[in-house]
Design a binder for this molecule. Sequence first.
Ligand code: GTP
Ligand code: MG
Length: 408
Amino acid sequence: MSSWLKLPIHHPERFSRSWRHRACKVNRTAFWAVIAFTVVIILHSLLRHTRKDYAHLTSISNITAHFQWASDASHNASAALDADSEYELGTNGTRRANAVLLMLVRNSELESALTSVKELEERFNTRFGYPWVFLNEVPFTQEFKEQMSSVISGPVSFGLIPAEHWYQPDWIDEEKAAASRAQMVAENVVYGGSVSYRNMCRFNSGFFYRHPLVLRYKWYWRVEPNVHFHCDTDYDPFLFMEENDKVYGFTISLYEWPKTVATLWDAVKEFIIANPQYLAPNNSMNYLSHNGGADYNMCHFWSNFEIANMELWRGEAYSSFFEHLESKGGFYYERWGDAPVHSIGAGLFARKDQIHFFDDIGYQHDPFQHCPRDANVRRERNCTCNPFASFDYNAYSCLRKWEEVLRS
Ligand SMILES: Nc1nc2c(ncn2[C@@H]2O[C@H](COP(=O)(O)OP(=O)(O)OP(=O)(O)O)[C@@H](O)[C@H]2O)c(=O)[nH]1
Ligand SMILES: [Mg+2]
């Protein structure tokens, strides 16, 4: 035992030596704590600057995102931009738009949804870290949320669709709707007998952009299960749209089945006559109609792929247009699709130069695909598609018509 410990407990010498000893011990602990802390900070900063995946994994947005799938109503606060700033930084450190990758999907489609999400992550989103939102009219299963979260690099949220945005409204005459479905089944119309398909088309036409998890965003990229992205997208298509004053982007354009939209154009004409103020100058009427608006030619942009500005749908023109269509009941008495409804909305309420054909995005939703036309683009973007399989100038494609209208 050291000699000073033998001193009486209150002896000033013992007190002062004990105090010095303790202070020295505390100093040493503090010293090593500071050293350890500094080493951790230096290591963390080094990794953040040299390893993109590490920077993303340790970002506050990612950490909070991993707590989200526990709740359907949850969302990533950091994915939302504060009201003052229109942009945030992506995982690549560049400016990022107020945008979301969006998928409406059923629990039963988990495998095919994973295929699409993994491809878009790999081909595009690992560079940018845009948030994903998944919507469903029933709660997502734990398995869906866990598996989906594990393949996504950025924030992810899972939302439940309010019943009134999804199910057939009570004021629809079910007898009339059922008769129409039976008729379509008899005529072999695809999804002619399906009520859930009609719910989906109505939701995509007039409700998805009002969902609480989607409301905070301005731009969306719509993604469906079992689609393929054949090329790298190494630039930000949302910023491209924003900087070039575009509002709607597509990759495939084709003809609709006339039987599904028998009276849609009558409703459109009625709306235009009552509300001519909503028509945009230099609109795309000539893409939609071969005779100046008298008849619908069935051309539309295939809406399973869309990159668009939701302000177009949330604005006065489209909002009252949707209300008008809704009042006709055509989503249930016929089988109005969200593709013709969006195309007519974008075609009439936006200028034609605000609609963008994403030629450089290789995309496939069976049975059709679009492959970039330019061999240099295909090479630079590592495209895996075959340009000869591209739907662009197929007899059922409306792309030639679109190009004519754009040139005129
Ligand atoms: N939650 C949910 N999603 C649905 C439902 N029906 C369709 N969807 C989703 O809505 C989108 C469009 O549905 P699809 O069945 O792909 O319709 P489609 O593209 O016209 O037809 P396919 O050629 O079969 O792909 C997809 O993202 C589906 O996952 C449904 O009843 N519930
Ligand atoms: Mg589909």
